[in-house]
Design a protein around this ligand. Structure first.
Ligand code: FMN
Length: 314
């Protein structure tokens, strides 16, 4: 398959929304090892079987290709940082999370939405992956909201609910902004008077023909974007404004935006007009680098953004 087809297939496969899990087992020294996987599938109720697929290029393929047991933990929406840890190179991923073990002693992420403790039933050679079929020997589940993954992005259902709540509250002003990226560069507007930078924003998302809306303003700036995703919903602690931020990639015409595009490596953060924007942009860059390059990025939860729900700062 040529590279173009490969990318197209990845894109098509990514349009199937999934949950996010951590698959884990122990090595011969009894140490816990695991990785992030969204290839989890329920296979059979009787007998009780589930499956996951592991890339043959995976660092731990030798262990997973012989393991007698493994466990799958389904992550909740406030465990996105755990997905990040288990998808990036790290000597000891388990050092950074709470975990426990049950019947097979395979590691289970504490407070996950559900977990399945399995004996390995079958390992199937499947192209560039191995498919592990597990026989469930113990499991549990809770009503927590799961983290979701779609088109290479985490989807946070709680965030959507927060946005609806913010929009329903007629007493709070709403600002809808956008983090717009083009090839590892972010689009920022400049206020020459105060020598500061800010994200494009408006009082509503709207549509391209509504010049007072965010999409209309972007259209007037000749910015054509691909589909946009909800990225952050929070409340400004000072004026109680609700801020709703989307993220999007420039589709075409980026050349014309040249002077407003700032390289991820050289963003003048001190010029951003508020702390919330700085924190949000830093988080965006970390998450984008993980999606694109899979490098180690550490924990993302360093922000001090006043979230509407303090438990979830997305
Ligand atoms: C949301 C998400 C889902 C993933 N799903 C899988 C998967 O199903 N199988 C897999 O082998 N890798 C998957 N990966 C990639 C691995 O988590 C990643 O390559 C990890 O570093 C592998 O760890 P290891 O090489 O240390 O074993 C996924 C990554 C993310 C962010």
């Amino acid at each position: 398959m040529n590279n173009n087809n490969f990318a197209k297939l990845r894109q098509a496969l990514g349009s199937f929304p999934t949950g996010v899990t951590v698959v884990a087992c122990r090595n011969s020294n009894n140490e816990p090892l695991g990785f992030t996987a969204n290839s989890f599938t329920s296979v059979s109720l009787d007998p009780q079987l589930i499956s996951i697929c592991i890339d043959k290029k995976s660092f731990n393929i030798d262990l997973f290709s012989v393991t007698k047991h493994f466990a799958v933990s389904i992550l909740s929406e406030d465990q996105q940082f755990i997905s990040t840890i288990f998808a990036t190179p790290n000597e000891d991923r388990f050092k950074e999370v709470h975990w426990e073990s049950k019947q097979t002693k395979s590691p289970i992420i504490s407070n996950s939405v559900a977990w399945f403790d399995c004996n390995t039933e079958q390992i199937i050679n499947a192209g560039d992956h191995l498919m592990l079929i597990g026989k469930v020997v113990a499991f549990d589940s809770s009503p927590k909201t799961p983290l979701m993954y779609l088109r290479g992005n985490y989807v946070n259902l709680g965030l959507e609910q927060k946005m609806l709540l913010a929009m329903e509250n007629k007493n709070t002003a709403i600002i809808v902004g956008a983090i717009i990226e083009w090839r590892k560069r972010v689009f920022l507007l400049e206020d020459k008077e105060s020598d500061s930078l800010y994200f494009p924003s408006a009082s509503r998302l709207g549509h391209i023909n509504d010049s007072q809306s965010l999409l209309g303003k972007l259209n007037n700036l000749n910015i054509s974007i691909n589909e946009h995703y909800l990225f952050s919903v929070f409340e400004n602690a000072e004026d109680k404004t609700s801020l709703i931020y989307y993220r999007a990639q420039v589709k075409e015409g980026a050349e014309a935006l040249e002077e407003n595009l700032y390289d991820f490596d050289s963003i003048p953060f001190d010029k951003l007009n508020d702390e919330a924007s700085r924190i949000m942009l830093k988080r965006y860059i970390k998450e984008r680098e993980l999606n694109a390059f899979g490098i180690f990025v550490g924990k993302e939860s360093e922000g001090k953004v006043e979230a509407i729900s303090k438990t979830n700062q997305n």
